[in-house]
Design a protein around this ligand. Structure first.
Ligand code: ZN
Length: 737
């Protein structure tokens, strides 16, 4: 980053400059390396004049966001191919090629433009560190003892390349080995590699065989360096775990199950049949029963779930944290869930779900939530926000302004609020004396929502007065109409109504669903795993169990439906998990049996309270005089071309004019009827009889001009002015009405 650093290296490692003064100078100059590195880690941007030979200088770090455990975990395992590929038209960088299989998860990638570029490592994949240098130095002599002819004294050009493999370690030629000896050498080297005592365990051994018509250059390639991806597989000859790399994988035969192994060909076996999935994909219940994109959606939505990101709520000082008040452990979950201890950071709740089309409030992914369940605390949550108030000088202090006695109502005598105080917009939460300006400052709550003071902490040394206060706000966010929920099968929905319990359908045992899910959500999405979960959740509750939802646990011969169906029968329920239900409105029995059970639902962080937008009048753009966009600035919602076409097709011309003209950039302009220009009329001030009067006239036509006032969109004037700059005149004909 800084040239003086290389200067120091010159000095330390035998450079020519040895004068002490220059050494001190260099050290002084290079002392600044800390702040560029800090800035790099904070922003992910590199500032350099040379460019450092990088394809991109922005977005080189990923911020580890702790919205919930899933997101936090996956951020440490994500890999980005680079922003450069995002604009590329070819799909090749996005494909999961054979060398990436088992290292990169095929499921855990977003859809849209970063698809296949923002990837995640599989659960067992590891990235190598620098190996023991002694072991690496040992490799050449070891290879010689195993049958390699060292480079010394042998000309490679003179070799018959059809009979010999060249041996390279980290790109450096070590020697050659005879063709018939090569496989034996590789096998022996693998045994030593598994052992790890004489050869690093992270050594990659690639024998690119001869005799292929087109392909990679034959040879024995060895890699020992750091920052390579490796994953464990079972070496069938040694019956032990071996780490393999991306390059060697494509020349290996790896089976998934032992019965698939071919005698004499298959050398390795996968550790488990789910080892090609990332940690997050392994948390989806029965992903093998879902249509593939649904699993991708769940990987995205799992990371947006409200949950339990931390346990130190009273100590944390994050800018924003989401919390679910009553999280529950799912009844139907893969073994990986317990392996990563996700119950410690629980998210989501178990909901009683009826799959029924009831009223019109469950159309198109909308879902009805039982109002009584909501009142009992279903999916309640809150958002924590922290704010820091820093005193600028030593003589400043936190305290109440004696001239504002009304502050005492909400603030303590030290100028800070009581924990638990309820505050609305504009109410004060902190008061301090600023010595620089010699006056008191009052901080007021700017958010539109009401909130509680969760806790107040003072920061500073023990010997001096505190100079910094951290105030944590708690904003209640209980479910409301418009909030987003999703099951773990990529089935998202918006709450459309908090329906009174007495009007919802009920079963013969008197059970009333928490959530009503529309059956039309199933045929097109094909999320069979969610249907299985309905049955599994119900049978788990009946028998007091937690069911295993590890992928590939069931097969065509031994189906999940049969397993859970028989379990439901044993509990006295219908084999297919359907139940007789009665209308909540008139008490009549519903003709169809209703699919009824328990599903684990996630509450997503997208809430209407953060998104609602409304505007009558407000700020406009300086250039176009049209309303600005953006919720924060009080802007409008865009009424675009598609919306325009929609209104045109309905024939609602007045509404269209209202949206695009009256509520947008309507202006009164002056137009000269004689020359038809809107640019030439001007307003002048004229002195007449001791008073100034407005005089409107056309600059071009002078006395002949007949200037009228016309309503027009302001953007039209802008267009006319632009065209005038390239010598195109717009002439407007107007008629008296
Ligand atoms: Zn004119």
């Amino acid at each position: 980053l800084h040239s003086p650093v290389s200067l120091i290296f010159d000095i330390v490692y035998g450079g020519s400059i040895t004068i002490a003064g220059e050494l001190t100078w260099a050290l002084k100059k290079s002392g600044n390396i800390e702040s560029p590195l800090n800035a790099f880690f904070a922003t992910g941007n590199i500032f350099s004049s040379s460019g450092l030979g990088l394809l991109q200088d922005k977005g080189l770090t990923i911020l580890a966001e702790n919205i919930n455990r899933m997101r936090y975990m996956s951020h440490f395992r994500s890999v980005h191919r680079g922003a450069f590929f995002q604009e590329m038209r070819t799909s090749e960088p996005r494909q999961l090629l054979p060398e990436a299989w088992g290292f990169i998860c095929p499921v855990h990638t977003p859809d849209g433009s970063p698809c296949g570029l923002l990837n995640h490592l599989t659960k067992y994949c590891e990235v190598t560190s620098t190996p023991d240098p002694k072991l690496v130095a040992n490799i050449p002599s070891l290879l010689t003892s195993l049958g390699m002819v060292p480079l010394k004294g042998v000309s490679l050009i003179a070799l018959n390349h059809n009979e010999h493999y060249v041996v390279l370690l980290d790109g450096q030629v070590l020697g050659h080995v005879e063709k018939r000896e090569a496989q034996r050498l590789v096998d022996k080297l693998r045994i030593l590699k598994i052992d790890g005592k004489r050869v690093p365990r992270t050594l990659e051994i690639v024998l690119v065989p001869m005799g292929r018509k087109c392909g990679q250059f034959p040879g024995l390639f060895l890699f020992s360096g750091p920052a390579r991806m490796m994953r464990p597989v079972i070496n069938l000859a040694a019956q032990k775990i071996e780490l393999i790399g991306t390059f060697e994988q494509i020349y290996m035969d790896i089976c998934v199950y032992p019965e698939e192994a071919y005698e004499g060909i298959t050398t390795h076996q996968e550790v488990t049949d789910t080892s090609f999935l990332s940690s997050l994909a392994c948390l989806i219940p029965l992903p093998d029963c879902n249509q593939s994109p649904r699993n991708m959606y769940q990987c995205q939505m799992g990371k947006q779930t409200m949950g339990t990101p931390c346990h130190t709520w009273h100590l944390q000082a994050e800018t924003k944290l989401y919390r679910l008040q009553t999280p529950a452990s799912p009844f139907f979950r893969p073994g990986h869930y317990d392996l990563v201890g996700l119950d410690e950071f629980a998210m989501g709740t178990n909901a009683v779900v009826a799959v029924i089309s009831y009223t019109g409030y469950d159309m198109e992914d909308a879902m009805i939530i039982n109002k009584a369940s909501y009142e009992r605390g279903f999916a309640h949550g809150c958002v924590y926000k922290s704010e820091f108030i820093e005193l600028k000088s030593q003589k400043s202090y936190f305290g109440l302004d004696p001239e504002q006695p009304e502050l005492q109502a909400s603030l303590d005598s030290d100028g800070l609020p009581h924990p638990g105080t309820f505050l609305k917009q504009g109410q004060p939460y902190c008061c301090y004396y600023d010595d620089d300006e010699a006056k008191f400052h009052v901080e007021r709550w700017k958010g539109k929502e009401a909130m509680y003071i969760d806790n107040v902490r003072l920061c500073g040394g023990l010997s001096q007065e505190p100079t910094k206060a951290c105030i944590v706000f708690r904003i209640p966010r209980n479910p409301s109409v418009g909030d987003k929920f999703a099951s773990r099968a990529g089935q998202k929905g918006i709450c459309s109504y908090l329906w009174p319990e007495e009007n919802l359908p009920f079963t013969e045992t008197g059970l009333i669903p928490d959530i009503i899910f529309n059956p039309h959500g199933f045929p097109s999405r094909m999320t069979i795993a969610m249907m299985i979960e309905v049955m599994a959740g119900k049978s788990a509750v009946l028998h007091g169990l937690v069911h295993d939802a590890t992928p590939f646990r069931f097969s065509e011969k031994d189906t999940a439906i049969d397993y859970f169906g028989r379990m439901l029968e044993a509990g006295g329920y219908n084999y297919y998990s359907t139940e007789k239900m009665y209308s909540g409105i008139n008490g009549c029995e519903l003709k169809a049996d209703i699919f009824f059970g328990i599903v684990h639902y996630q509450r997503l962080r997208h809430m209407v309270s953060d998104k609602w937008q409304v505007r009558s009048t407000g700020p406009i753009d300086v250039l176009t005089h049209q309303p600005v966009k953006g919720r924060r600035r009080g802007g409008g919602v865009r009424f675009g071309e598609m919306e325009r076409d929609s209104l045109l097709s309905h024939g609602s011309a007045f509404l269209l004019q209202d949206r695009l003209f009256h509520c947008s950039d309507k202006t009164v302009m002056l137009l000269c009827q004689t020359c038809g220009s809107i640019l030439s009329p001007v307003v002048r001030a004229r002195h007449r009889g001791g008073q100034y009067e407005q005089d409107i006239c056309c600059k071009v036509c002078q006395e002949n001009g007949k200037v009228e006032e016309v309503e027009m969109p302001y953007i039209f004037r802008y267009l006319v002015a632009q065209l005038a700059s390239v010598n195109i005149k717009i002439k407007i004909d107007v008629m008296e009405q």
